[in-house]
Design a binder for this molecule. Structure first.
Ligand code: AMP
Ligand code: ZN
Length: 694
């Protein structure tokens, strides 16, 4: 494989990993530490830069990531970027690990060169682990508060911030002029504990709790939470006379009634001392009433900032030092293998209970057998445990010095531990291929009934387990055949609850094909893929007929979803050849066909729900490509609306593109569209096509 090809493969792998871990993180179940995630993104950015990927294709530059439905979004005057980080895992060009001190001096060497100065005054501040916010004050009065969002556009939370009562709505003694101040909304630990004690279902941690609170549509009651904000930067100003250094800026803000961490800052001209301070500060961490996840090392002279500029993802005036998460040793008592809903076999560590970052840990996922082998984890070992994203326990590594003689390597199971069927491997995973495997049946039914899938009211995991164990339910359609009397006879069920479940089942029959497909737990079919398949094929019959043709290698069918030419995109966005093979084979299997027949039999709707698509004649069947910044809509919104109207959004321009929608600063796609003679339209024209005149 050539150099470039190798990089492309690595980039593709990174893309998959990042997507996966991002989804896990958002689902509240991160599997790797924030540091490890940052490293993936760092490497991704490095490769994407080397390969010259354009912004629209880059995972890290996709907007709309942190938008909450129902909130107005606005563009930031100055993008809210993330900070470059000193990372314990970074390596130099020859692959040697790079000490933090070397990374920091390399960073300062570049600044000195760029600025042509010898000595650089440094300021070190704590990095509070909260939610970034941008606050606009005009003539000293708070006009708007906006979340970081994707860095380019954020959600307007002015009402929510105002309601807190802890963030000044007026800056003391302020004259005319406008200011955009950056700060961090945070929940003081004592306030969080006090508030959490009043909740029936406690919040997981102050950071996520704070993020959730600030996205409450109704701000009433937010003043009782005790959430506050630290201010750390003036990002933009007009008509205001401001200090010329960071430490004076903090003082200036403080004089105007804004909370700053002035007492916590450290000033020096020595990089070594700055780093030492970061390391020493860890001890102080325990004594603070707020969570910090590291420190920020900044240049103090603001006059230098403008001369430094920024890359697309990091400003050049500062770098973050992240604290390593708490790590505790414990003994690995056993390795269990669990069977998931699509048959995936996952090794799970059974640990001697150990207290880490606030909770007792006794089990931890080991993710997959490749990972297990790479870390060379053996039963009886002393392992180090930490919490990823401070929530999900991880086995980080083995303390090999404590390994007992004769400890055996874990053998990847050749058969399913539950049903004994011979296991099969697919990429890095191992599966039990038996669709009637008892564990799979149970996990699948739990998933089918769950909120994300068929959302069957009253059918929680405990009830699913009972109907499997006591009423012999095996397949989703069996659920709909359950009688009220049988349900009423189960533990902790009465006639009333049984009737409620039955009503829930009746209601669920109309959820539509997308939900059904998601509920069947077909490998590689998540929520989005399920909806996209439903929107494209419309009915289960059409989908199954297509699956049969695809499996029979009908050229037209294969070409529709997985075009041979890599420059073209298939009818279903984001469906790669390999997943298509797997999905259509599984859909065409007798087991899945039987489930569909059963569902049809009990009256479950197997068509796409009318409400999910409202085809618009001018858009249906057309392919759109987006480039540049649109005046009002985000990329995610446009994609959603075009898809709902029956159109497609693709990432790159080809002769088959019908329209290129261009906004401000359009990229190379605009030029390509011109050279291919593709119609270029603006946002207003797109809205007109969508039949939206406003
Ligand atoms: P990250 O998102 O980890 O790249 O870090 C950047 C974020 O750190 C910013 O968006 C801020 O919200 C947050 N932050 C917290 N404290 C500070 C500080 N003292 N200076 C700059 N950023 C800070
Ligand atoms: Zn099995």
């Amino acid at each position: 494989m050539g150099g470039r090809a190798r990089l492309e493969v690595e980039l593709e792998q990174l893309t998959q990993q990042i997507r996966y871990h991002e989804a896990a993180y958002r689902a509240g179940a991160p599997e790797i530490t924030d540091d490890a995630f940052d490293d993936l993104v760092d490497r991704y950015q490095e490769l994407a830069g080397q390969l010259g990927l354009d912004a629209a294709e880059r995972l890290d530059l996709q907007p709309g990531q942190d938008h909450t439905a129902g909130f107005e979004t606005v563009e930031h005057r100055v993008p809210m970027l993330s900070l470059e980080k000193l990372s314990p895992n970074r390596r130099d060009s020859s692959g040697e690990p790079m000490p933090l001190s070397d990374q920091l001096s390399a960073w300062f060497r570049r600044r000195r060169k760029e600025l042509e100065v010898e000595e650089i005054p440094i300021i070190v501040e704590p990095k509070v682990d909260g939610i970034s916010v941008s606050l606009l004050y005009a003539d000293g009065v708070l006009r708007s508060a906006v979340t970081r969002g994707d860095g380019r556009k954020g959600d307007v939370i002015t009402k929510q911030v105002t309601q807190l009562g802890t963030v000044p709505t007026k800056l003391k003694g302020s004259g005319k002029g406008e200011l955009e101040i950056r700060g961090e909304l945070y929940w003081p630990l004592t306030e969080f504990a006090r508030f959490n004690a009043t909740l029936e279902k406690p919040l997981i941690n102050p950071r996520n709790g704070c993020a959730g609170m600030m996205k409450r549509k109704d701000p009433a009651g937010l003043d009782e939470t005790g959430i506050r904000a630290f201010f750390y930067q003036i990002a933009w100003d007009e008509g205001v006379k401001l200090p010329s250094t960071q430490h004076e800026t903090l003082q200036w803000l403080s004089d105007r009634g804004a909370e700053v961490y002035l007492s916590e800052v450290f000033q020096t001209v020595s990089e070594e001392k700055a780093l030492q301070h970061c390391e020493d500060y860890q001890a102080r961490r325990e004594t603070l009433d707020y969570d910090i996840d590291g420190m920020v090392i900044k240049l103090d002279d603001l006059g230098l900032y403008a001369r430094l500029g920024a890359t697309g993802h990091h400003p050049h005036w500062g770098i973050a030092y992240k604290f390593p998460p708490e790590r505790k040793p414990t003994r690995l008592l056993d390795i269990e293998v669990s069977v998931g809903k699509s048959g995936k076999l996952t090794p799970v560590a059974i640990l001697e209970p150990v207290f880490v970052s606030g909770t007792t840990v006794s089990r931890a996922s080991l993710h997959n057998f490749v990972e297990l082998e790479r870390k060379d984890i053996r039963v009886g070992d002393t392992v180090l445990v930490e919490k990823a994203g401070e929530i999900i326990p991880q086995v980080v590594e083995v303390d090999k010095s404590k390994r007992k003689r004769g400890a055996k390597r874990f053998v990847v199971p050749h058969a399913c531990p539950t049903c004994g069927t011979e296991a099969v491997s697919e990429e890095i995973f191992v599966y039990c291929p038996n669709p009637t495997c008892p564990d799979q049946v149970r996990e699948r039914l739990r998933h089918f009934a769950s909120r994300q899938a068929m959302d069957i009211d009253g059918m929680g995991e405990v009830l699913v387990d009972q109907v499997v164990d006591k009423l012999g339910v095996r397949s989703p359609d069996d659920l709909f055949r359950l009688e009220v009397d049988a349900l009423a006879g189960l533990d902790r069920m009465g006639h009333k609850s049984a009737e409620r479940v039955k009503a829930g089942l009746e209601e669920a029959k109309g959820r539509g094909l997308g939900r059904v497909l998601n509920g069947l737990a077909v490998r590689h079919v998540g929520e989005t893929m399920a909806e996209d398949l439903a929107a494209y094929f419309k009915t289960a019959d059409a989908l199954l007929e297509f699956a049969a043709r695809y499996v029979a290698e009908d050229e037209e069918a294969v070409e529709t979803v997985a075009p041979a030419k890599s420059s073209e995109r298939g009818a279903i966005e984001g469906l790669a050849r390999k997943s298509a093979d797997s999905i259509f084979h599984e859909l065409d299997s007798p087991a899945v066909r039987e489930v569909f027949a059963g569902l049809a039999d009990v009256g479950v709707s197997l068509r796409v729900r009318a409400a999910d698509v409202r085809e618009v004649a001018d858009v249906a069947g057309k392919t759109f490509v987006l480039t540049g910044t649109l005046p009002t809509l985000t990329r995610t919104e446009v994609t959603k609306r075009v898809k709902a109207a029956g159109g497609k959004v693709s990432g790159s321009v080809s002769k088959k593109t019908h329209y290129v929608v261009a906004g401000d600063d359009p990229g190379s796609k605009h030029d390509k569209a011109q050279s291919l003679g593709v119609t270029i339209i603006d946002e207003a024209a797109l809205l007109a096509l969508l039949g939206d005149a406003d």
